[in-house]
Design a protein around this ligand. Sequence first.
Ligand SMILES: [Mg+2]
Length: 295
Amino acid sequence: MTNFSAHKAMVFTDLDGSLLDHHSYTFAPALPAITELAKQSIPLVLCSSKTRAEMEQIRTTLGNSDPFIVENGAAIFVPQAWLDGAFSAFVAASEHPTVKRNDIALEDGYLVHASSDRRARWLAVLDVLQAEYGDEFDSFCRMGVEGIVALTGLSDEEAALANQREFSEPVYWHGSDARRDAFVGELESHGATVAQGGRFLGVTGTCDKGKALQWLADATAACLGCEHIDTLAIGDSGNDAPMLEVADTALVIRSPVHEFPPLARGLGVGVMHSDKPGPDGWNDGVMSWLRERSA
Ligand SMILES: [Mg+2]
């Protein structure tokens, strides 16, 4: 806690293609930088489109006990014990305009700040659209674990974890593009935000990784009584762009399969592009950010 107060910095990272290798899912090349962050008590916040169940498994492997952000920014999970319980105590007594006690639920040992309604709301909207579009889409909920395995190639266990969604629903569209646009329009008129992922449409509330980063950095600054937390965001894809835009420093990781996502902030101060892909680029970028901070 005291160490963290001294450094006042946080790192927010995407997983697939960033901290984890696009093909093998290893993070081994990033271990030197992960170790250095821990040594300097700089929190490492995992921020991914994955579910809580999937992320808890990765946190255990990494030995990470910092907050994490699930389902593309839909919800922030802060362990009750984080900062020796100081964050928890701060929330309980908070009169802060950003950190409203009523917006934070206590669930399974986490303080949970959700920016989206629950999955049930999005499933109900999809039910309404079933009559008109039922033959043209499938959802994780309708496919079940077996269908997810068939469509994605995940193992049974991985598919089960991926299906434990709490705030969003992946939809697989197999109709025409024109009908898809009409379908997306209907979803939006029902209050959903729809993001086109690699394979699925993500149906969720008004949330993204950038808003989640901002909330957690502001809440942590308020908890520590400091003006500002210095943030580094790390990602490789379009869904990372919102956090790469708002962080003090953006580390854009080279992908073996697609171009760098374009950023409105351009190539100016505070944007690094890695030479190497995945965890190798992650390690180099974080090390160079740490060197600059200590210079
Ligand atoms: Mg990624």
